[in-house]
Ligand binder design. Structure first.
Ligand code: SF4
Length: 75
């Protein structure tokens, strides 16, 4: 199980997560912030739980490159 959490309010819209993890993140054309695909939201925190372990590398890359440090990965 791969769990990715994302604190969207603090996103600065740098686009690094989409470049590092295109199957997990997309930039929103509405507000310029990242969107964690297929995530559920609770009090501003977005969470994706998936059995797609092939996405672990992308998720860890996004966690590492995010300058705002708002992407957290558990596996
Ligand atoms: S890398 Fe972090 S700050 Fe940059 S767009 Fe993605 S979530 Fe936002």
């Amino acid at each position: 199980m791969l769990i990715v959490t994302f604190q969207r309010a603090k996103c600065i819209g740098c686009n690094y997560c989409e470049e590092s993890a295109p199957e997990l993140f997309r930039m929103s054309v509405k507000d310029g912030k990242a969107v964690l695909l297929h995530a559920t939201e609770k009090r501003g925190f977005y969470t994706l739980k998936t059995h797609r372990t092939d996405l672990i590398r992308q998720a860890l890359n996004a966690e590492q490159v995010c300058p705002a440090k708002i992407i957290k990965v558990k596996k």
